[in-house]
Design a protein. Structure first.
Length: 154
């Protein structure tokens, strides 16, 4: 998805239940959209989310599990994703709560994130089933995962 705009919808760009795919969400904008990007349940997939501008929602970018049924992918496996160069002004900037299986690589770098700390928001939330993510950001990071590398810059 490229160069699209969303205003006051529940979810903007979504990529769910993909196998051996390439997905890019680049150059989009949203205002008052609850979840501008939701990505879930990927296997053997490459994902880039870059150069977007999202504001006024709950979380700018959500990486999660949906697990739609027996025939679907459940969790993340053999997948690489990068979230870079996004401008986010949300309660939480990035929420990564997906279950990471084998060979998942993650990078959250170069984003401009404004979050709502007064309401419990953080720049990046790494949930308990994340591992081996690289996060370079200004602002608060909630890291509940394993072996994530968090670099906070002034």
């Amino acid at each position: 998805m490229r160069d699209s705009a969303f205003i006051e919808v529940a979810a903007g760009a979504a990529a769910v239940n993909l196998r051996k795919a390439r997905a890019s969400i680049v150059g989009n904008a949203s205002d008052r959209t609850t979840w501008p990007v939701q990505i879930a349940d990927l296997d053997g997939t490459e994902v880039v989310v870059a150069g977007n501008r999202f504001r006024g929602g709950a979380a700018g970018i959500q990486i999660l599990d949906v697990c739609l049924g027996d025939q679907s992918v459940c969790g993340w496996h053999d997948t690489q994703f990068v979230l870079a160069g996004n401008q986010l002004a949300e309660i939480d900037g990035v929420e990564i709560t997906a279950t990471f299986g084998e060979r998942v690589r993650c990078a959250v770098i170069g984003n401009n994130i404004q979050y709502d700390a007064a309401h419990g928001g953080v720049a990046v939330w790494l949930g308990p089933r994340t591992k081996n993510c690289l996060v370079v950001t200004k602002g608060a990071v909630k890291d509940e995962g394993t072996a994530n590398r968090v670099i906070t810059i002034p």
